[in-house]
Write a protein that binds this ligand. Structure first.
Ligand code: IPE
Ligand code: IPE
Ligand code: MG
Length: 245
């Protein structure tokens, strides 16, 4: 049986759990903040890689709904970093035709940060290049709950019959409904878990875990993940024979 041509196997939608900043710093005898700052450089490289390899969407986990439990000083610093990086990089993203979207419970952020987020999204909303989604104050369970609440409201308002609630409707209501499901999910930092990232949208993603710590993740490491993805046969419940016929 002839295998499908390779170009069919480039992931359209890649999601990344950018983990390992703290350990990277500790290995260097530095404060955790140092790793987060270097993590921004790795993110820049990942965005360039995605843009240059015709990946349509890149969704990155920047701050989870559980990360508020970290020491106050680290949380404050991460908020400050998010604010600074948004301000500093958004023009560059715009120039490169990248469409930026923040997913998560934005209302949990300071007014100042919320304004910055809205301005950045507004500036880039008509761009047609890479869709860059930043998950911030995001949790997969929050996302499903939020979609459920919206659907319940529509039903309560008489806009929807209970029978009309199906998987397609939830998919249409949840974050990233404008995009196809995640094809490839990469987690750096050596742990094998999802940590409440995109639970619904990852249903059929290929999962790739690497020991590389996020600040060291570069084009070569990204290429390796894509190569492993390309070698996979995605069956979506069918048999190998069906997929190849
Ligand atoms: C990921 O790196 C970045 C965020 C969660 C914001 P970590 O800070 O979790 O790094 P480790 O896991 O402690 O090494
Ligand atoms: C996941 O990393 C969240 C982000 C990368 C933003 P964590 O470091 O918070 O995950 P756990 O707590 O080890 O599962
Ligand atoms: Mg971590």
């Amino acid at each position: 049986m002839t295998p499908k041509p390779l170009e069919n196997k480039v992931p359209k939608h890649v999601a990344i759990i950018m983990d390992g900043n703290g350990r990277w710093s500790e290995q260097k005898g530095k404060h955790r903040v140092f790793g987060h700052k270097h993590g921004v450089n790795a993110l820049r490289k990942a965005i360039i890689f995605a843009s240059e390899h015709s990946i349509e969407a890149l969704t990155i986990f920047a701050f989870s709904s559980e990360n508020w439990k970290r020491p106050e000083q680290e949380v404050n610093m991460l908020m400050e970093l998010f604010f600074t990086v948004l301000g500093r990089e958004v023009k560059k993203l715009h120039k490169n035709n990248i469409k930026l979207k923040i997913i998560g419970n934005i209302s949990g952020f300071s007014e100042r940060l919320q304004k910055k987020i809205h301005a950045a999204q507004l500036l880039t909303e008509n761009n047609t290049g890479l869709a860059l989604n930043v998950a911030a104050n995001y949790g997969g369970r929050w996302d499903i709950t939020d979609a459920t609440r919206k659907i319940a409201q529509q039903a309560k308002d008489g806009l929807l019959a209970i029978d009309e609630i199906d998987e397609a409707l939830l998919t249409k209501t949840i974050s990233l409904s404008e995009l196809s499901d995640v094809d490839l999910m990469i987690r750096t930092g050596g742990d094998y878990r999802i940590s409440n990232f995109l639970l619904w949208q990852l249903a059929y993603a290929e999962l790739y875990f690497t020991d590389v710590l996020w600040p060291d993740f570069d084009a070569q490491a990204f290429q390796q993940a894509v190569d492993v993805f390309s070698g996979k046969e995605r069956r979506f419940g069918q048999t190998s024979e069906q997929v190849n016929s």
